[in-house]
Design a protein around this ligand. Sequence first.
Ligand SMILES: [Zn+2]
Length: 103
Amino acid sequence: MPKIQVYFGNIQPRAGQCSIKRDRFKQIISREIIIDNYHWAQDAWVLRKATVWHELGHCVLMRGHEPGGSLSYMAEYFGQPSEIDDLEFIGANEIILDNELFK
Ligand SMILES: [Zn+2]
């Protein structure tokens, strides 16, 4: 399995981004996660974790987005400009969320 490059960059308005490149045989040749500098600097730790787990969900587990409001780190709003109070939502559901992706 190819390694994942993880680094900081400027990708506003997103908080994180996963890119998977494949060759012409659809085999994965590279995977990278970019974490947005601005969000990282501003966000509380639980939001930082949610961003990283969300992107790992894409890049490692090949998960897509769940509908907004789902009790999932893969809810579509994670890594996107926030429309709900992510901090409160995650804080209240952190144990459930943590068990969802990587046990
Ligand atoms: Zn996403």
